[in-house]
Design a protein around this ligand. Sequence first.
Ligand SMILES: [Zn+2]
Ligand SMILES: [Zn+2]
Length: 223
Amino acid sequence: MIIDYIYPSRCFACAKELYFFTNKTLCFSCWKKIDFKARKCPICAQQKTSYCCKLKCGFAAFRCVSKYENTLKKLLIDFKFNQKVHYGPLLAALLFHSIKRSPFLKKVDCVIPVPITARKRFLRGYNQADIVAFHLAKKMRTFCMRHNLIKIKNTCSQSSLPKNQRLLNLKDTFFLRDGSALNNKNILLVDDICTTGSTLLECIRVLRQAKCQNIYVAVIAYS
Ligand SMILES: [Zn+2]
Ligand SMILES: [Zn+2]
């Protein structure tokens, strides 16, 4: 379109002008830097996550786009810390790309984002996981349950703690407003980044108390 010559779109990751591309979000070289084969569960380190994940991690399946590096890292930093809320649909599309062939896709009854505290949400203006979950649910034509799982206590930043203290730090921070709404449901829990998995594990522990059927996990990147 002629408008593309006057106001060319720029690549979200490197800001290079995108003139002739139909994809108006990433340039080819930034796209190529996402290694879609570098997928694994960060908790049990399985690449094809199914049965093993269920035993060790407590969820029926784990999916992610790739490792927290290069293009994905740049996108996620800007998305989370630099108010680039409009990256949400692209990140959800990348996540959808990585789960669209999963056998569980058709089974999911609702998508639930990993929550942040009301204080953090107020300071940042949004919960990044919530935005991804919302757009992902739209693509999956399913329901996004945004206000049921909540985070209450302010934990000190997980990344400042040694691994063995991370789960302890999260104890009694996640709550369900209405557990009965999840009874017998297949849930897809969504987050942006997974480091040790302790946040996910604690959310799963709380979700399990609501007697849901299966919990699947999808995060954009693991580090
Ligand atoms: Zn680029
Ligand atoms: Zn696992």
